[in-house]
Design a protein around this ligand. Structure first.
Ligand code: FES
Length: 102
């Protein structure tokens, strides 16, 4: 079980809990504003773009080449960017804070 906090563009903070699937699926199930997951999690839409808190990058693991390529197409990419459909829920993610990209 991991508690994940999402911060939306209007600075609303919502913490939800999950234990399986992807972080994108957790966000969609909980109607987190700004996470659409249009491609269903196959890394081809970037509607699940988030920024990981800078001191938590190690929690989310390595970024794949496919994910990196997809993010490079997004104007709002930063070194904290991830596509949250590519982050699998696990206990290690407990306490993770994600800001939703514009
Ligand atoms: S849901 Fe489409 S890239 Fe993540």
């Amino acid at each position: 079980m991991a508690k994940i906090t999402f911060i939306t563009s209007n600075e609303q903070s919502t913490t939800v809990e999950g234990h399986q699937g992807s972080v994108m699926e957790l966000a969609v199930e909980n109607n987190i504003e700004g996470i659409d997951g249009d491609c269903g999690g196959v890394c081809s839409c970037a509607t699940c773009h988030v920024y990981v808190a800078s001191d938590q990058l190690d929690k989310t693991g390595a970024i794949s080449e496919i994910e990196k390529d997809m993010l490079e197409l997004d104007d709002n990419v930063t070194e904290l960017s991830r596509l949250c459909c590519q982050i699998t829920l696990s206990d290690d993610l407990d306490g993770l804070i994600l800001t939703i990209a514009p």
